[in-house]
Design a protein around this ligand. Structure first.
Ligand code: IMP
Ligand code: MG
Length: 172
């Protein structure tokens, strides 16, 4: 049973349509190349897999886990919980994230992954909360830009709940 009232904000269908658009753009930009997805656990898992299924080029899946959030607030300090297990040296890498909020997580990940000498490094996010940014960071591919609201579903959680909602909702 749901512990909160959740209102649908972005439907499953809208997310799928957006994924097809992003996948088409990425397939075009990386024609003939192997793409190395670095999925930021746990939130981006649902988006990364569903996006990968729609891409026509070969997609390698790597996973990294960091933490910065507790409840609805970012703690500001980023911790690396799990590193990738394959080399990305000389590879075309796309970091796949569920949401960019302050930008701290992706800023940290970008700097960290650049030390592994990829050939290219881009950022793809499903959601961008632009107005919350405290560090300068622009995604190369972005699904939806939203206002400052706390959302759950499609991988996004509130203290580990609601990740498997097929849509994105707002806690009322
Ligand atoms: P940032 O470092 O502030 O950009 O935070 C990014 C991380 O915070 C994301 O990977 C999410 O895990 C989490 N986050 C930010 N906003 C939300 C939200 O509205 N719902 C759920 N998680 C969020
Ligand atoms: Mg999270």
């Amino acid at each position: 049973m749901e512990k909160h009232q959740i209102k649908e904000y972005i439907s499953h269908e809208k997310i799928q349509t957006k994924e097809y658009e992003l996948a088409e753009q990425i397939s075009k930009d990386y024609q003939g190349k192997d793409i190395y997805f670095i999925c930021v656990l746990k939130g981006a898992s649902v988006f990364a897999i569903n996006l990968a299924l729609k891409i026509k080029e070969n997609v390698h899946l790597e996973f990294i886990e960091v933490s910065s959030y507790e409840g609805m607030e970012s703690t500001g300090t980023i911790q690396l919980n799990k590193d990738i297990t394959s080399s990305i040296e000389g590879k075309d890498v796309i970091i796949v994230e569920d949401i960019i909020d302050t930008g701290r997580t992706l800023n940290y990940l970008k700097e960290y992954l650049l030390t592994k000498n990829p050939k290219s490094l881009k950022i793809c996010t499903l959601i961008d909360k632009k107005e919350r940014r405290v560090v300068e960071l622009e995604p190369d591919y972005s699904g939806f830009t939203i206002e400052d609201k706390f959302i759950v579903g499609y991988g996004l959680d509130l203290d580990e709940d609601y990740r498997n909602l097929p849509y994105i909702g707002i806690i009322e």
